[in-house]
Design a protein around this ligand. Structure first.
Ligand code: URP
Ligand code: ZN
Ligand code: ZN
Ligand code: ZN
Length: 471
């Protein structure tokens, strides 16, 4: 390799993967990782990473970006602002959801969603599908051909009016994923229970925002989690439980994994950092924390941290689902009444996911650096068929890299974040460690406070099929 062979050399950083950490230089050519070693020859550009961490860019495998409005509520972010915020928080790949529009061909929903991303995303992206109507033609024809084109994961809901599926359609979809090498992601809350509890709370006049947590207690999640696991076992399929919030649901996941079932699970920062006490805050302040399942509190959070460290959770994703607090399009799409059923569900977190987890996990000794990289980058890339192109520091892989200053002190302020929401649920938290440079295919998209405006450079990534289910 001659003097001009490398486009960029990152020098003397501490490289960390899901397997190991070591000090080395890392060279990039043509957007890919070209070499890792000591004293590499000069590149056309250089970054001195002495004292810094060089990590694979984050892969955020659960985020909601610019989906068509749900009951009048519109996401704050489009692909520009969501991908910009992701990049500034060290994430280089996102997997948002293309949401099936009922009574239309699935492909039409996908094409619409592609149009929303194309020309806007700063980073590379793949899509999951949300399946609301698994008709015979969806399961028998549409999904098999879409899986072959690289849409290999889909989410279903066991709750939410208009989304909730009963057991048989879930079994049909699990069976399809087994046959076709795809993966079913399940939102596990028992919607019948939530509906019944909601009516009971309303009759009792307990409708303030704190009732959001009471309408969906952990038993509601535990039951649905167990049922999803049982359905997957019956179908002989793998299953992934998304945004797990409670110790009780985690117990079910552990129970299944201990029995050798191929059960995968994800949790999110909101369940590690927020809780019922936030839902009890006065007035509209509480709306900032309304998401489903509801955040529980410190005891559940402790159990979830252990679940990440022990490998029961393979993934920590953001479930970024940003609705603005002000105006009529977001949290208040159903009016100003402080009624728990009327506030749009979802919290922003695409930019703060990695720094929160780094500070509280790696910084406080709850997670090793390797566990952090695995849960936020390598595992999601592997599980969704993007590895080794994404999620590692493999020679020949895309040069998607986050360079972290582990000593950088940051107080989270929404005013300094890069999404298009108007608040963060983590306002005022003091963290140590933040990505100072983010590279996507070797290009600096976030560089010490400056964010690229090359919107549209992000590319769509078809996902590989999964191998046969095994735990
Ligand atoms: O409250 C949440 N999590 N909203 C996003 C949709 C979902 O269920 O993931
Ligand atoms: Zn969900
Ligand atoms: Zn019901
Ligand atoms: Zn979600």
């Amino acid at each position: 390799m001659g003097e001009t062979g490398y486009d960029l050399v990152i020098r003397s950083g501490t490289l960390a993967t899901a397997g190991e950490s070591f000090v080395a230089d890392l060279a990039i050519a043509g957007g890919r990782i070209a070499a890792i070693g000591e004293n590499l020859p000069p590149g056309r550009d250089e970054i001195d990473a002495c004292g810094l961490l060089v990590l694979p860019g984050g892969v955020d495998a659960h985020c909601h970006v610019d989906e068509p409005p749900y009951a009048g509520a519109r996401h704050a972010d489009d692909f520009r602002s969501a991908s910009r915020a992701a990049a500034c928080g060290g994430t280089t790949t996102i997997l948002p959801f293309a949401n099936q529009v009922p009574d239309r061909p699935l492909r039409q929903s996908l094409e619409d969603y592609h149009r929303r991303a194309e020309g806007r995303s700063l980073i590379d992206y793949a899509f999951h599908l949300i399946i609301r109507q698994p008709t015979a033609s969806v399961v028998g024809q549409e999904l098999p051909s879409l899986i072959a084109e690289g849409y290999t994961s889909f989410k279903v809901f066991m709750t939410y009016p208009g989304y909730m599926l009963e057991d048989e359609p879930i079994l049909e979809l699990l069976d399809l994923t087994r046959r076709e090498g795809a993966l079913l992601m399940v939102h596990a809350e028992n919607g019948h229970c939530v509906h019944w509890m909601t009516e009971r709370l309303e009759r009792a006049g307990d409708v303030g925002l704190g009732a959001h947590g009471r309408a969906a207690p952990p038993a509601v999640e535990r039951e649905a989690t167990h049922r999803a696991i049982a359905l997957a076992e019956v179908a002989g399929a793998r299953v992934l439980l998304v945004h797990v919030s409670s110790a009780q649901a985690l117990e079910q996941i552990r129970w299944a994994q201990d029995r050798g079932l191929p059960v995968l699970a994800e949790t999110c920062p909101q369940y590690l950092f927020l809780g019922q006490a936030d839902l009890e805050r006065p007035g509209w302040e509480a709306a900032k924390f309304i998401c489903s399942p509801p955040p529980r509190g410190p005891q559940d959070a402790d159990a979830l941290w252990r679940g990440i460290a022990q490998g029961a959770f393979q993934l920590v994703s953001s479930d970024h689902c940003a609705y603005r607090l002000d105006g009529r399009e977001g949290k208040r799409a159903h009016g100003d009444e402080l009624h728990f059923r009327k506030v749009a569900n979802g919290v922003p977190g695409i930019e703060t996911r990695l720094p929160l987890l780094f500070h509280e996990g790696v910084g406080k000794g709850r997670l090793t650096l390797q566990q952090f990289v695995a849960a936020t980058s390598t595992n999601p890339a592997r599980i969704y068929g993007l590895y080794p192109r994404k999620g590692g520091l493999a020679i020949g892989g895309d040069a998607d890299i986050a360079i972290w200053d582990p000593a950088k002190r940051v107080t989270i302020r929404h005013a300094e974040l890069h999404d298009a929401c108007d608040y963060t649920p983590y306002e005022g938290r003091e963290l140590e460690g933040w990505p100072v440079v983010t590279l996507s295919r070797g290009e600096r998209i976030w560089d010490r406070g400056r964010v690229s405006e090359a919107y549209g450079r992000g590319r769509f990534l078809p996902c590989d099929r999964l191998g046969p289910p095994s735990s």
